[in-house]
Ligand binder design. Structure first.
Ligand code: ATP
Length: 208
């Protein structure tokens, strides 16, 4: 049995919060994380930020960390849904635990995702909060998914899918939005890897 630990995201740009999420989950489970980079509709991005730029920034940020990158979603011509990707991964690994690291803000709305009812059948979820945010009540659309709450992280490794664990360890107070906004104001963003910031400056990304 070989568990797969995935951190899905747009990473536009990748920041130290993403790295901390991967560290928290990897340390808790004893499994190294793989960053699953999303494709996104072209109209949602500033034209200067291509998928190639997002991928390059991710490669720079992960240098020396031991974490890896899965680019399968970038190779598709259309934006892909998490359920489709997880189904593909499940077909490759029928019995392995597949664990999706996710921020609490995203997890809260998971009941409204495409084919939400499929998600707990395909993966387990390692949930991480932003600092200062409490565990919100889970809404009915989530409860309808019938995922089972795990009290310990290790329980995620005992089943291929179907469980979620909410970590006590908080992440860093940063988002890609905060970084893009700081850059567009001409300010120095915080909580971003120096090499990634240097790449952004060199390529003139996220300027308005
Ligand atoms: P944006 O601000 O553009 O929405 P983001 O910073 O949330 O971006 P994404 O690449 O969209 O980054 O997020 C990937 C995953 O990381 C999501 O599950 C998101 O909830 C989570 N995440 C990002 N930053 C944090 C953070 N500081 N703490 C906890 N979870 C986070």
């Amino acid at each position: 049995m070989s568990p797969l630990l995935l951190l899905g995201g747009t990473f536009s740009p990748v920041h130290l919060g993403h790295l901390r999420m991967a560290e928290i989950a990897s340390e808790s489970l004893g499994v190294s994380a793989t960053f699953l980079i999303n494709s996104i509709p072209p109209h949602k991005e500033a034209p200067s930020v291509t998928s190639a730029d997002r991928l390059r920034m991710l490669e720079i940020a992960l240098q020396g960390t031991g974490f890896s990158i899965d680019t399968r979603e970038l190779r598709r011509s259309s934006p892909s849904y998490t359920s489709e990707t997880l189904r593909e991964i499940r077909a490759e690994r029928p019995h392995d635990p597949v664990i999706f690291i996710i921020g609490m803000d995203s997890f809260r709305t998971i009941g409204s995702w495409h084919e939400a009812e499929e998600l707990p059948k395909l993966a387990g979820f390692f949930v991480i909060r932003r600092p200062g945010t409490e565990m919100p009540p889970l809404d009915e659309s989530f409860l309808a998914l019938h995922a089972e709450r795990a009290e310990n992280a290790e329980e995620l490794l005992e089943a291929p899918a179907g469980r979620y664990f909410i970590s006590e360890r908080e992440c860093l107070p940063v988002s890609s939005t905060m970084i893009r906004e700081a850059l567009s104001r001409g300010e120095e963003p915080e909580l971003i890897a120096p090499g990634v910031l240097q790449y952004i400056r060199e390529k003139g990304l996220y300027r308005r």
